[in-house]
Design a protein around this ligand. Sequence first.
Ligand SMILES: Cc1cc2nc3c(=O)[nH]c(=O)nc-3n(C[C@H](O)[C@H](O)[C@H](O)COP(=O)(O)OP(=O)(O)OC[C@H]3O[C@@H](n4cnc5c(N)ncnc54)[C@H](O)[C@@H]3O)c2cc1C
Ligand code: SF4
Length: 320
Amino acid sequence: MKAFEYAVAKNERGVHTAINRGYKVKAGGIDLLDLMKERIESPDKLVSVLAVDSLGGVRETDDHIEVGALVTLEALTVDPLVAKIAPALADSVRQAATAQIRAVATVGGNICQRPRCWYFRSKEHHCLKKGGATCFAVEGDNTYHAMYGRGPCHIVHASNVATALRALEGEVAASNGTDERVIGADRFFVTPDRSMYAENTLDDDEVVTKIRIPKSIGRNAYVDLKEKQSFDWPLASAAVAEVDGKWNVVLGAVAPVPWYSKEATAVLRDAGEVNDSVAERVADAALKDAEPMSRNAWRLKLVRAAVRRAVLMADGKEID
Ligand SMILES: Cc1cc2nc3c(=O)[nH]c(=O)nc-3n(C[C@H](O)[C@H](O)[C@H](O)COP(=O)(O)OP(=O)(O)OC[C@H]3O[C@@H](n4cnc5c(N)ncnc54)[C@H](O)[C@@H]3O)c2cc1C
Ligand code: SF4
């Protein structure tokens, strides 16, 4: 790892002063330090934001639940308000990583984590996302790559929180120290054809201050399927949520952004009720716009299973 200067901000003003002086934000450091050790990112200066109290805590307002950017994944799994209103969000973090990682990893860092593509994570591969000319996943091993969306970079978004947030019609609040703006999850996460070098629409001088979800959420659930139950990212996931009486179906770990399935959403909205046959039809519809790569079509079965289970779970039904 390259040597770097290190500062600790005590408040948001300190964070923005540091950013304006060229410091990069470090929260829990789970992803950032990994990237630095692998020399994929080599910032000269880091500012820790962990001591900034105003970026923590879960709050309830008249119409939203707000989760501070520094709330750890573990704290979110046990928050009673989130568990009651948004089990999809609580389950998305409960199923992420390991207990040790969840105790350190923050919500803000989770939605801003970089892609897991093994070519991106290897300093020997100068791919499109790093300014090169080729996406090595196209001709190479694309087992864990995108099955939806058309590239030209075929990452899958690595954040479980992102999938749940999109289905719950959540938002991300970001501040540059002067102004705060609120960005819908549908606009925060961005496809590579619009932004090759960043996976979200944050400006360079902005930090995520919180995420928020509406209190008008009805039934909701999150399911992810993976090779091993711990220490791993999902192979496929699904979040299903009713907001203001209308269902949303979102697929995770299958596209460069949380993938809003228009087809599956339409079937569920039209169905009027939830039962086994509706869940099967919603799951079938979720596969309609899939465009798997040479080695990953087998994961579509997992997408189908995750959607079917999430629909039934959201309605409180037993799943097999
Ligand atoms: C073995 C393993 C398994 C994992 N499994 C999963 C999984 O199943 N699902 C899942 O979702 N994740 C998984 N993760 C990823 C992990 O959850 C994330 O790396 C972690 O949440 C990042 O949070 P952090 O606070 O450590 O962020 P950091 O590493 O500190 O930061 C990550 C990035 O976000 C930026 N950043 C951090 N906070 C802010 C902010 N407030 N505003 C703007 N930018 C910010 C940093 O500059 C950096 O670029 C796994 C990680 C490991 C190591
Ligand atoms: S999927 Fe994206 S990050 Fe991976 S090799 Fe292709 S361009 Fe690079």
